[in-house]
Design a protein around this ligand. Structure first.
Ligand SMILES: Nc1ncnc2c1ncn2[C@@H]1O[C@H](COP(=O)(O)OP(=O)(O)O)[C@@H](O)[C@H]1O
Ligand SMILES: [Mg+2]
Length: 358
């Protein structure tokens, strides 16, 4: 069923031929600001005082105005929303914004938003999130619904975009204990997800769904460097367990990646299939950046353990550059931040803004 879109309603008041971008300061803000500048769009930075002073105040040429917040929760207040509406901005959401402001507040935000906001409640629940990937026909890791079902190593994940923080790997015999520890931290069992721990090469594919061009573009890929799991691999075998070191998955950095070309058959197909599944489920098109996160196993299967319905920070590896995949679609340097601004500019010029926002 198609729900009403508060962003489309707000858009009707706008009169500028090309809207401004509202860019939340953190995550991938620098790349989005740079992209807006390269496309000749005006960007309004929305940032907490602390982050503004520490980072964004050093790059004043990237935005024309700053809306300062004492805390991120303020973004959803009437004062800030009406200021951003008065400036005729379109909000570019990212993972940190969802974590700071909360999916429910963003879902109701009366401000035009790039992309499909109806993915927010789906992403907030592991159950719904994995169901959507399955509906797209994309292979996923085996799901363990009770400790008895585990036959090999599993990963136990907490709800919300945690950047991997607090996730645990367990062997079947340890699972009950790990789950009770997680309960003691205040999480309910039905909020966590237990998946088969996939062994292979992690691959995070970056897509851009473009209603203006009528296609899903594969713009890049990255791999994450996560602490301490990536450091554990450098210890001689056996040392970690002797020291009692548990693996953890805190994202620290990202590196660019290209896949062997034959894998593109699957990677490209899954991008299209995902976008189609989103439209079937929400009634609104998949628009703008999204990412499939998975592991390529030794039988060259790409199994997807989660998705992001908006820009992922891994796209920062290409800020200001041409990416090996974007080069196939665009002759000039095109990275995710710039691609966002390009879509907004093209949509505005063709009077199709309502196609790309909700
Ligand atoms: N099924 C899996 N098998 C192997 N590693 C996984 C699996 N699921 C997640 N991971 C690892 O844990 C990290 C965080 O998991 P993810 O599902 O992306 O959660 P988040 O929402 O925190 O980004 C991944 O980047 C990856 O390294
Ligand atoms: Mg992830």
């Amino acid at each position: 069923m198609k729900q009403r879109s508060p962003g489309l309603e707000a858009l009707r008041e706008y009169t500028r031929p090309v809207p401004r971008l509202a860019v939340p300061g953190s995550h991938s803000a620098l790349q989005i600001l740079l992209g807006a500048r390269e496309e000749g769009l005006e960007a309004i930075l929305v940032a907490t005082r602390a982050q503004f002073e520490a980072i964004y105040s050093r790059f004043p040429w990237l935005y024309t105005r700053v809306v300062l917040l004492d805390s991120w929760k303020e973004l959803a207040t009437r004062r800030v929303v009406s200021e951003l509406r008065g400036l005729e901005t379109i909000l570019v959401p990212h993972g940190s914004l969802v974590e700071y402001v909360g999916p429910d507040n963003l879902l109701d935000l009366e401000l035009p938003m790039l992309g499909n906001r109806f993915l927010l409640p789906i992403e907030a629940s592991w159950e719904e999130k994995m169901r959507l990937i399955e509906e797209a026909g994309i292979p996923t890791p085996r799901r363990i619904r009770s400790p008895g079902e585990a036959t090999g190593p599993v990963i136990v994940k907490l709800p919300g975009a945690k950047g991997g923080r607090g996730y645990r790997i367990a062997l079947p015999g340890e699972l009950e204990h790990v789950l009770s520890e997680i309960e003691k931290l205040g999480y309910k069992r039905d909020e966590v997800i237990i998946q088969e721990f996939l062994v292979g090469v992690r691959l995070y594919a970056h897509y851009f769904a473009s209603p203006v061009m009528g296609r899903v573009e594969l713009l890049g890929m990255d791999q994450r460097l996560e602490s301490n799991i990536d450091g554990l691999a450098r210890l001689p075998p056996g040392i970690a367990s002797r020291l009692g070191l548990e693996p953890s998955f805190t994202v620290v950095a990202n590196t660019p990646m290209v896949a062997r070309e034959s894998l593109l058959a699957k990677i490209l197909r899954y991008g299209d299939a995902f976008a189609e599944a989103v439209e079937r489920r929400t009634g609104y098109p998949m628009t703008g950046p999204f990412s499939l996160e998975g592991v390529v196993t030794d039988d060259l299967e790409y199994r997807v353990f989660e998705f992001s319905g908006r820009i992922v920070a891994g796209t920062n590896v290409y800020t200001g550059q041409q990416t090996p995949y974007a080069a196939l679609y665009w002759e000039e340097p095109m990275y995710m931040g710039r691609r966002i601004a390009r879509e907004l500019r093209l949509a505005a010029e063709r009077r199709q803004l309502e196609k790309i926002i909700t």
